[in-house]
Ligand binder design. Structure first.
Ligand SMILES: Cc1cc2nc3c(=O)[nH]c(=O)nc-3n(C[C@H](O)[C@H](O)[C@H](O)COP(=O)(O)OP(=O)(O)OC[C@H]3O[C@@H](n4cnc5c(N)ncnc54)[C@H](O)[C@@H]3O)c2cc1C
Length: 501
């Protein structure tokens, strides 16, 4: 365990005055962190849980131009997202891979419309990707209901591999040194601006070592996703924007070997789209889009979410799927940026997905609203530009990203074809603190293997207990307790939900 190292880190944390503290280790926060570090700013990033522990682990992992936003004629957002998608694909080929998608029309009238829309989409993307193409025969057709479909239409987007959570992590790992630090399990709990010294004093709670500490910084970037408004309220800061919360749930089912391309369908009411996305040994189906007012409820999958998803899916499958076919659940809340006076009665599907950045007029505090995986880099560059107007990086260009990031050591997990990083590696090198962090975010085990990796009938329990030893200081009793707690959580968040469907 790295508890000693963490305690030592705090000595430096309490002595430094950081150029910037970034709140939130989701995609917006970590990408900003990386770009600020690259410019030589001294930066501390904190997350109250694990990195990517909230919405950034629950996305569809698409780096896309926002095809579905065409229905609102939000052409500017689509154009921007397309540009960002293509640039990420060019510059981050290790993580962002091109991927063809297949639109499946259910009526011939929709087919012609969809073809036209996909063509416009392709034009908006600067014609850089492969042109949309009609295909009548395709490998997925046999497991779909045969209703005399019109030809499917394929078009190109990009996809994050191996997962959104590891994509988030990679932005952090390249910059970890004395004055550029990212800490998970460290929550911002309060603080105040010292006007005489022109610096923030921020109260932190490090739940790993039970430490309440104070950190000083010239600037704060609040990138706390759906918690952004709550934090601003706590500091008495007013902004012209706020977040509307939109819950999104996916279910993962065992993948049919014929499932090759992500399939896009319209929902029954034609107001939204849902995708069946092949991902390792599973196919993700979803997401839902439901307005929610409570963060706690928004991150919990309810039986109704699963029923809605199965109902939609079974409109298309030749052999209907049931709760017993579900391998895992995936749930996040989209933080959608709206004006403060926005009418709450408006459905979230009609909202623009543009991000907004607000700089407080009286104190050095920047708030981030909205944002997506797809436009994390332009957003980070905007933040760096804004900051560079006010503070000169203390360590200009002193730090270069660690170019020596070695490949992880590899392990295997029962019934998974692909190797996974070892638990020891993740503990030592990737700030992995718990069994759940390891199974959910450092690897895809809990999404790819039933019941959080335990197996349908707990058949992988002995293997999971062996892994848990890395999180128990090699103590057998503690390892059993770690797994008992993990199993209880799976019972509450997975078994009970499916039993009520
Ligand atoms: C179902 C679904 C599908 C999606 N699909 C896509 C897609 O395919 N492509 C795409 O580009 N986008 C997609 N998105 C959107 C994208 O996932 C989100 O917009 C993005 O992940 C939000 O990132 P974030 O950094 O703002 O928030 P988060 O990932 O939620 O991160 C915020 C972090 O702040 C931390 N935090 C909060 N309070 C504190 C505090 N007091 N102290 C310290 N830390 C704190 C939290 O712990 C959290 O980790 C999807 C979203 C959903 C829900």
């Amino acid at each position: 365990m790295n508890l000693e190292r963490r305690k030592e880190q705090w000595n430096a944390l309490e002595h430094n005055v950081y150029d910037v503290v970034v709140i939130g280790g989701g995609i917006n926060g970590v990408c900003a962190y990386h770009h600020l570090c690259k410019q030589g700013f001294s930066v501390l990033l904190v997350d109250k849980g694990d990195f990517a522990g909230a919405t950034s682990q629950a996305s569809a992992m698409m780096i896309w131009g926002g095809l579905l936003y065409l229905r609102n004629w939000d052409l500017l957002t689509v154009r921007r997202l397309c540009t960002s998608r293509d640039r990420m694909q060019r510059e981050m080929g290790d993580w962002i891979k091109p991927r063809r998608f297949r639109y499946i029309p259910v009526h011939s009238r929709r087919s012609a419309l969809a073809h036209a829309a996909l063509y416009i989409y392709w034009l908006l993307g600067g014609c850089r990707l492969r042109r949309p193409r009609r295909e009548s025969e395709f490998s997925e057709r046999p497991f779909l209901i045969q209703r005399g479909y019109d030809p499917s239409i394929t078009y190109e987007e990009a996809f994050v591999e191996p997962s959104d959570a590891r994509f988030v992590l990679h932005w952090l790992l390249t910059f970890q040194n004395g004055v550029q630090t990212a800490l998970n399990y460290c929550a911002l709990e309060g603080g105040a601006f010292d006007r005489a010294k022109r610096e923030w004093r921020l109260d932190m709670n490090d739940s790993r070592i039970g430490k309440q500490g104070c950190v000083r910084a010239r600037w704060v970037i609040n990138a706390a996703g759906v918690w952004t408004d709550g934090i601003n309220d706590r500091f008495g800061l007013e902004t012209p924007f706020r977040h509307v919360l939109s819950k999104g749930v996916f279910i993962a089912l065992k993948r049919d070997p014929r499932h090759q391309l992500p399939l896009l369908f319209e929902t029954w009411d034609k107001r939204d789209g849902m995708s069946l996305i092949p991902w390792g040994p599973v196919s993700l189906w979803g997401p839902t889009e439901t307005d929610t007012h409570s963060v706690e409820q928004g991150y919990a999958v309810q039986p109704e979410d699963v029923q809605t998803l199965l109902g939609e899916l079974n409109r298309h499958l030749a052999n209907p799927a049931g709760p017993e076919d579900i391998v895992s659940l995936r749930c996040g809340i989209r933080p959608l940026a709206v004006g403060r006076s926005h009418d709450n009665g408006c459905n979230s599907l009609s909202l623009s997905r543009r991000h907004r950045i607000h700089r407080d007029a009286h104190t050095p505090w920047i708030s981030v609203y909205g944002g997506k995986l797809t436009n994390c880099v332009p957003l980070a560059r905007e933040l760096v530009g804004l900051l560079a107007q006010s503070v000169a990086p203390e360590h200009a260009a002193t730090f270069t990203p660690r170019g020596d990031m070695p490949d992880p050591r590899w392990d295997s997990f029962p019934h998974l074809r692909d190797p996974i990083p070892t638990a020891r590696w993740c503990v030592d090198r990737e700030m992995c603190w718990t069994l759940e962090d390891y199974l959910r975010r450092r690897t895809n085990v809990s999404q790819w293997v039933a019941r959080g990796g335990l197996g349908r009938h707990d058949e992988h329990l002995p293997h999971v207990i062996r892994l848990a030893k890395c999180f128990s200081g090699d103590d057998d009793d503690v390892a059993h307790k770690v797994v008992t707690d993990y199993r209880r959580k799976i019972t509450d968040t997975f078994d009970r939900v499916l039993a009520s469907c």
